[in-house]
Write a protein that binds this ligand. Structure first.
Ligand SMILES: NC(=O)c1ccc[n+]([C@@H]2O[C@H](COP(=O)([O-])OP(=O)(O)OC[C@H]3O[C@@H](n4cnc5c(N)ncnc54)[C@H](O)[C@@H]3O)[C@@H](O)[C@H]2O)c1
Length: 252
């Protein structure tokens, strides 16, 4: 599945799942723009593959920074063909820890940029008659979890995925979400170090609920992304694809 000539923008690209997305898109030939609040320059240097690579530092929770990034992308490449909204924060937000400021920050980073990036890039996709938007959701929406702000943000990501799919079906633009289960990324490990039980304990509990009982790796998600952005997935839109070893299957 060659993505030669296509331009992809990935948020939260400096590490973890977002970096795996960049690696896969670059390997498949796309121009890759890696966006992250932490300067993604070093990550971009490690990418291998056919297309152009660009790292842009941006706090996607700040609309003016998103505007600057989208303008830079359009200036350099003319359009974005593949938009991957992946960056998110997941602070402890159970009822004892959540504040209204934290609640708003989580929605500002996890949800609102999807709208801003889509609004900036959809006109070019429409003109080309082809586009792919893939959001990173979460299986957490179907599981027992007390992170009020994070869970709500991911539920909203799933709803927004379907709402955007409603908008662009006749334009050749598909909009889907990939919902991971539990993946041992830096973000997750930091979170268990600062709040929850130790990582091994969490993984033992989660993998026991999966039907494929190994730990997920970022490449599992990147493989799903490669399919969703391909021409072969052109009739799939408005879907939440759970890539989680069966963690969230009915009857788990
Ligand atoms: N790891 C998991 O178990 C898991 C499970 C379900 C869903 N997810 C989702 O997968 C996605 C990636 O998570 P991850 O595990 O790779 O996390 P991570 O924390 O390792 O990576 C997230 C990246 O997003 C960046 N980022 C954070 N805030 C930002 C901001 N304001 N502006 C720009 N960039 C910002 C971080 O710097 C980091 O590079 C997230 O949407 C997360 O909610 C992860």
């Amino acid at each position: 599945m060659s993505l030669d000539g296509k331009t992809a923008v990935v948020t939260g690209a400096a590490r973890g799942i977002g970096y795996a997305y960049c690696q896969r898109l670059a390997a498949d030939g796309a121009n890759v723009v890696a966006v992250d609040i932490d300067d993604p320059g070093d990550a971009v240097k490690k990418l291998t593959g056919g297309g152009d690579k660009l790292g842009l530092a941006c706090d996607i929770g700040d609309p003016s920074q998103v505007e600057a990034v989208t303008a830079a992308v359009l200036d350099r490449y003319g359009r974005c063909d593949i938009l991957v909204n992946n960056a998110a924060i997941f602070p402890l937000t159970d009822i004892d820890h959540v504040t209204i400021e934290l609640w708003r920050e989580v929605q500002a980073v996890n949800v609102e940029p999807i709208l801003l990036f889509a609004r900036a890039f959809v006109p070019g996709m429409r003109a080309a008659g082809w586009g792919r938007i893939v959001n990173t959701g979460s299986g957490i929406t179907l599981l027992q979890n007390r992170d009020l702000a994070y869970l709500t943000s991911k539920g909203t990501v799933h709803a927004l995925t379907r709402a955007l799919a409603n908008e662009f079906g006749e334009d050749g633009i598909t909009v889907n979400a990939i919902a991971p289960g539990l993946v041992p990324t830096e973000g997750f490990l930091t979170r268990v170090r600062t709040g929850g039980p130790a990582a091994d304990e969490v993984f033992a509990r989660v993998t026991a609920l999966q039907t494929i009982r190994r730990r997920s790796v970022p490449a599992d998600l990147a493989d799903a992304l490669a399919f969703l952005v391909s021409d072969e997935a052109g009739f799939i839109t408005g879907q939440i694809l759970h890539v989680d070893g069966g963690l969230t299957r009915t009857g788990a």
